[in-house]
Design a protein around this ligand. Structure first.
Ligand code: PMP
Length: 370
């Protein structure tokens, strides 16, 4: 086998490693923010029927525009956020990562740039690199919130073509105030052009009461894009279905870069079936939020603190050596995420049993490492 150095790889990809959490065996896997609950049995039965039916026409290409699926996604967003949306304002792809990649293919690319407020979802700069888009790190305060005026000033200074705002943010769980998103959007009008603002709402369903979705900001903002996923609250990470809502013109722009028939008939059938069971799937969200709040409440007694979280995970610390604590937790069967932030680790809120196992392991680690 040749080495990568022997291949004519694009220079910006040289020396990089593929994105991904370490896939190490552990009794309790609390490292990738999945929903721990298995799918309801009645959904499993309907999925089997829907996939069998879709299989009959697998000799044909799927609906290229996924109209029925986009209609149901629009209906879901309308119902849960009160923001009226139609199929032409919704686009879907294989995971929200693909949605984000299509956004950068259409609005980023060679000679263009993106800005994101780090620490945030580390795939944003990776997708930027993959699409030849330049990247700039935006500032957060020490408590990981975004200062609206500072963010707007940074946008005006750098004039990025794409701005990413992750809300609730990964890995910190921090929700971004709508006034901040408004200020960032207003700053993306330049003398000689404009930028798009992408609000990555992968964890929106876990937000605490009073944390509204940026979907309510869409009217009158044709360059605002809100992305969502079925990987987290819906508990369908294996399905690979992400989507966005935006002005219909943005959806038309994305059609220029999407691969034809990118969503298989099986994916479309499975996603439609899952959406028909939305209420049963989302019934787990409150249970997960309760475990998140239980983790937050238990940390001070262990001499630890956390960042306020509107997501299904908690960033907790401070550790003198976060990686040593990560390893010590793993040695006790609990896999959390070392996101590379000095002093901090991230744990996914799972079932009550998982939380108990995590908190017991953490107490033992504190006793051992201090
Ligand atoms: N955005 C954020 C903030 C995420 O944390 C993730 C998954 N970790 C994604 C997008 C991508 O999710 P998916 O491709 O499964 O929809």
């Amino acid at each position: 086998m040749a080495t990568l150095d022997e291949l004519p790889l694009r220079p910006e990809l040289r020396g990089r490693t593929p994105y991904g959490a370490p896939q190490v065996p552990a009794t309790h896997r609390l490292n990738t923010n999945e929903n721990p609950y298995p799918l309801p049995p009645e959904l499993l039965g309907d999925l089997a029927k829907a996939l069998e039916q879709a299989a009959v026409t697998l000799n044909r290409y799927p609906d290229r525009d996924a109209i029925e699926l986009r209609t149901e996604l629009a209906r879901y967003l309308t119902r849960t956020t009160g923001q009226p949306l139609e199929a032409r304002e919704v686009w879907a792809a294989n995971g929200s990562n693909e949605v984000l990649q299509e956004i950068l293919q259409a609005f980023g690319g060679a000679g263009r740039s993106a800005l994101g407020f780090t620490p945030s979802y580390s795939m944003h700069p990776i997708i930027a690199a993959g699409t030849g888009t330049g990247w700039a790190d935006g500032h957060r305060r020490d408590d990981f919130t975004i200062d609206a005026a500072a963010a707007a000033a940074q946008v005006r200074a750098l004039r990025p073509d794409v701005v990413f705002v992750t809300s609730p943010n990964n890995p910190t769980g921090t929700a971004v105030a709508l006034e901040t998103i408004r200020a960032i959007y207003d700053a993306t009008t330049y003398d000689d052009g404009a930028g798009v603002v992408v609000v990555d709402e992968a964890y929106a369903e876990f937000a605490r009461a009073g944390t509204p979705s940026a979907l309510t900001l869409l009217p009158g903002r044709p360059r605002l894009i809100v992305s969502r996923t079925m990987s987290k609250a819906f508990g369908m990470a294996g399905l690979r279905l992400g989507y966005l809502a935006a002005d219909a013109a943005v959806v038309d722009a994305l059609q220029l870069v999407r691969l034809p028939y990118h969503l298989s008939s099986l994916t479309q059938a499975a996603a439609l079936t899952a959406l028909a069971h939305t209420d049963a799937l989302l019934a787990t969200v409150d249970a997960v939020k309760a475990q998140r709040d239980r983790i937050v409440a238990a940390l001070p007694a262990l001499g630890l603190t956390s960042v306020p979280s509107d997501a299904n995970f908690v960033l907790f610390g401070h550790f003198a050596d976060a990686h040593a604590a990560w390893q010590a937790l793993l040695d006790r069967g609990v896999l959390v995420r070392d996101v590379g932030l000095p002093g901090w680790l991230r744990v996914t809120a799972g079932t009550a049993e998982e939380t108990t196992a995590f908190l017991m392991a953490l107490a033992a680690v504190r006793a051992e490492l201090g």
